[in-house]
Every structure is written in structure tokens, then in C-alpha cells.
Design a protein around this ligand. Structure first.
Ligand code: PLP
Length: 463
């Protein structure tokens, strides 16, 4: 590494422990420092412009530099910078936000619990599910079924729901009472000649068998993202959620819908469950809820669950759960303004209208020699890089193909996220048609350069 003196990069290496980073590589290479943002673009400390192809971490729906959000925060800061919601205290922004959410959510009569991140929201939800089972006099009904490759966060219980090996390995996870059923990835998981509907039926049957073998009286809930995000943007096969929902209903198992990425217009409807036609008992939200300008998340629970939780709290004397920052008034004011702007500017309508352009450019990449599958819905998608197209054989993880293409995209002024060998795209919802084309033009150059590197390095034969 070159001598960085007392530069910000040197001080970063000296003092920061980075999330989701190879810490040894970071110590050698240092950080990429982002200084400012405008619209769909961010700029690094040398002034270089990048299209934020992942909206940060799937979250900056309105893009960067929205003055109204800054103003909403400043105004609330001046008026009441902090207050809490313990012991029946409340604030105007938290009430207005909960009210707005209950009116737009596809769960009738829901109640909203606020937290600060997707992980905290899902963790809180697990506790509410357990509390609810106890309130129903079903203390054995506690297991939660998640899916392989799911992503539900990183706190101890949420990381246990997550179905990615690196989130468990060496962290001594998952905790008990959390199980993982199949990832619904038709491209890799289907048998020869199996239709999407048949594949979905097989997976629903596997879930049914899991519940039966565990004992339906021990299984409280099933959790799913409508489209799996961090697991590689896995779009469910035809009929999947309908068949899963029928299995859950048969066994009195709650359906927990994690909309942390899909919520607020990402899949072409306000919520992913509307795109895929299922009816959840709970919905977890974060990210686009505030366009990530401030940390805030929420869990909506249906009325039956609320009644159970309420009765249990009365039996014990308190619902002893909540965070210092639950319903933080500044974060709530920003989220509220974010949702108002989304409505005024018809941002979700725009995203739905523009998504065919995004999907057409995305799907066209499946003809590229390096791309096995190009998959997506609405304004989210991924291309999966593949060593052997006809055998659907991936590269070895150690070959670093995902990292290589991310670096080439970065050279082109495009930030994407490599999840294994799948390259994810999830731009701000405000992206224009011309910007979508620019984004895919840059990605195509990165793909071509990566293909050339794979070829000259002999990675396919070494595979
Ligand atoms: N759930 C889903 C579907 C997510 O994509 C994420 C984060 O990417 C989380 C939960 C966890 O959210 P956070 O990183 O805010 O804890």
C-alpha cells in the first residue's frame, strides 16, 4: 500500500472496523470514501461520479440530495429533537407515520411497532411471535421457518433467520428453534423438465413435510422476502406464494412478510406481497421507508396478533420491549415526508411505468457469454455470472469473479453489489429512462472486460 500519511484513508484504516468487509484486505487497500450525492449519483473524494446502482444498500428510493427531507429533519430537530414512546408517551410524527402506514398497508387494522433497522424490526417480530404463542396458551408453538439464502438481518435472532452461510459461520449461529426450508430458485433448483408451477408445488410440499415432521404445534411462523435481495435477487417461480400460503393456513402458521427491500414500490406495487398475491400476517419495513435519510424501521402486525400481545402484556403488567429510539421523532418526520413526496411525485407509479425499460435491458444481458441468468421484477434485478452456461455451473468462490466485475463497474462509474457471482441492481426509484440505459451501458462494458479477464486467465478451464 502507498504511504497514506495522515489522510482520511489512513485514519479510516487506523480506526474503523468496517461492516461486511474482508478486514485484512481493507487494511491493505483502504476505503472508498464517498463525499456527496445528488439524484441517482454519488461522488467520491476525488470528485469521480458514480451511478448508485444499488441505491446505497437497496434503500435510497428518492435518491440523494432531496432538500425537503433535509428540511423536515431540521424543522423537527428545532421543535423536538428527541422523545421516546415508553410508558404511553408519544409524539406527533410517530402518530402521523403509524397512521399513514396503517392506511396504506395491505393488512387490515394493523398496529405498528417502530425500531431503527431491519434487523431490529425482525428481532422484535420474533419476540412478538413468541409472546403471541404464549398468550394463546401454546408455549410449544415457537419454531420459525425461514429459507436458505434468505436475508433478514444480522442481530442474533435475525441473523439466525438469514439463510446465508457467512452470517452463521464462526458466529455460532443459528440459534435453536429456527429452521430453513428451500430457496425458491428455479434456475438452479428445478429438476429437468419441471415447470415453474411443478417446482413451486414441490417446494410447498417440502415445507408441508417439514412442518409435519417438526409437529405443527411447534411451528409458529414462516418468514419470507417477496423477492430475496441479498441472497442474489431471487424472484419466486410461478404459483410459489399461493402454494406456500395454503400450507401455512393448513397448519395455523403465521406468514411474516419481510418487505425491507420490496416495500414502497420496488417491485411495481407498493408492497411485494401485492405483486405476488399473498396475504401476510405481519410486514417488516425499513430502507425506503425513509429513503434511508435517517434510520427507522417498522413492523406491522395484524389485529389477532395485536390482541394476543396486548392481553399478554396485561397479564404480565407491561410489554417489556422497545428501543430508546423507537419512533424517534426526527426519523419519523423524515419518513413521513418521504412518503408524502412519494405520493405527490407519484414515485411508485413512475417506478412501475419505467420498470419495463429496466427489465428489458436486464433480460437482454442473458445473451452475454458470461451471464447464466438475468432475473428481476420492477426496479430490482441481478445477473448471475456463470462458468458454463449449458451446465449452469458457477465459478469457484475463490476465483473472485464477483469482486472483479464490481471493480470494473466502479471504473466505469457504476456502483453495483456482487453477491457471490450475482451482480445486483436496485437503483433509486426516481431513475429516468436515459439513466437506466446509461447504467446498463456501463454494466455491459464491465461484463465485457470481465469476460476477457475470465478468458485470458483460463478461469473456465481451471474451474
Ligand atoms: N431484511 C431484509 C429483506 C434486508 O434486505 C435487510 C438488509 O439488507 C434486513 C432485513 C436487515 O436490515 P438492516 O441492515 O437495516 O438491519
Amino acid at each position: 500500500m502507498t504511504d497514506l500519511g495522515n489522510s482520511p484513508a489512513a485514519r479510516d484504516i487506523a480506526s474503523v472496523l468496517h461492516p461486511y468487509t474482508n478486514l485484512a484486505v481493507h487494511r491493505e487497500n483502504g476505503p472508498m470514501i464517498i463525499e456527496r450525492g445528488k439524484g441517482i449519483y454519488v461522488y467520491d473524494d476525488s470528485g469521480k461520479e458514480y451511478i448508485e446502482g444499488l441505491a446505497g444498500l437497496w434503500c435510497t428510493a428518492l435518491g440523494f440530495g432531496v432538500e425537503e427531507l433535509v428540511e423536515a429533519a431540521a424543522e423537527q430537530m428545532r421543535k423536538l429533537p428527541y422523545y421516546h414512546m415508553f410508558a404511553s408517551k408519544s409524539t406527533g410524527p410517530a402518530i402521523d407515520l403509524a397512521d399513514r402506514l396503517t392506511n396504506m398497508l395491505p393488512i387490515e387494522n394493523s398496529k405498528i411497532f417502530f425500531a431503527n433497522s431491519g434487523s431490529e424490526a425482525n428481532d422484535s417480530l420474533i419476540k412478538m411471535v413468541w409472546y403471541y404463542s404464549n398468550s394463546r396458551g401454546k408455549p410449544e408453538k415457537k419454531k420459525i421457518i425461514s429459507r436458505q439464502r434468505a436475508y433478514h438481518g444480522v442481530t442474533i435472532a435475525s441473523a439466525s433467520l438469514t439463510g446465508l452461510p457467512n452470517n452463521h459461520r464462526s458466529f455460532d449461529l443459528p440459534i435453536d428453534r429456527i429452521l430453513h426450508t428451500d430457496c425458491p430458485h428455479y434456475y438452479h433448483g428445478a429438476n429437468a423438465g419441471e415447470s415453474e408451477e411443478e417446482y413451486s408445488a414441490r417446494l410447498a410440499n417440502n415445507l408441508d413435510e417439514m412442518i409435519m415432521s417438526e409437529g405443527p404445534d411447534t411451528v409458529a411462523a414462516f418468514i419470507a422476502e417477496p423477492v430475496m435481495g441479498a441472497g442474489g435477487v431471487v424472484v419466486p417461480p410461478a404459483g410459489y406464494f399461493e402454494k406456500i400460503q395454503a400450507v401455512l393456513a393448513k397448519h395455523d402458521v403465521l406468514f411474516l412478510d419481510d418487505e425491507v427491500i420490496c416495500g414502497f414500490g420496488r417491485t411495481g406495487n407498493p408492497f411485494g406481497c401485492q405483486t405476488y398475491g399473498f396475504k401476510p400476517d405481519t410486514i417488516t419495513m425499513a430502507k425506503a421507508l425513509s429513503s434511508a435519510y435517517l434510520p427507522i424501521s417498522a413492523v406491522a402486525i395484524n389485529n389477532d396478533m395485536y390482541e394476543g400481545v396486548m392481553e399478554e402484556s396485561n397479564r404480565i403488567g407491561v410489554f417489556a420491549h422497545g428501543f430508546t429510539y423507537s419512533g424517534h421523532p426526527v426519523a419519523a418526520a423524515v419518513a413521513l415526508k418521504n412518503l408524502e413526496l412519494m405520493e405527490e411525485r407519484d414515485v411508485m407509479g413512475h417506478a412501475a411505468r419505467i420498470s419495463p425499460v429496466f427489465q428489458a435491458r436486464l433480460k437482454a444481458l442473458s445473451d452475454h457469454p458470461l451471464v447464466g441468468e438475468a432475473r428481476g421484477v420492477g426496479l430490482v434485478g441481478a445477473v448471475e455470472l456463470i462458468a458454463d452456461k449449458s451446465a449452469r455451473r458457477n465459478f469457484q468462490p475463490g476465483q473472485g469473479v464477483g469482486a472483479y466485475i464490481s471493480a470494473r463497474a466502479s471504473d466505469q462509474g457504476l456502483i453495483v453489489r456482487a453477491m457471490g457471482d450475482s451482480v445486483g441492481l436496485c437503483p433509486p426509484l426516481i431513475i429516468s429512462e436515459a439513466q437506466i440505459n446509461e447504467m446498463f451501458d456501463r454494466l455491459t462494458i464491465a461484463l465485457d472486460e470481465t469476460e476477457a479477464w475470465v478468458h485470458t486467465s483460463g478461469l473456465r478451464t481451471a474451474n
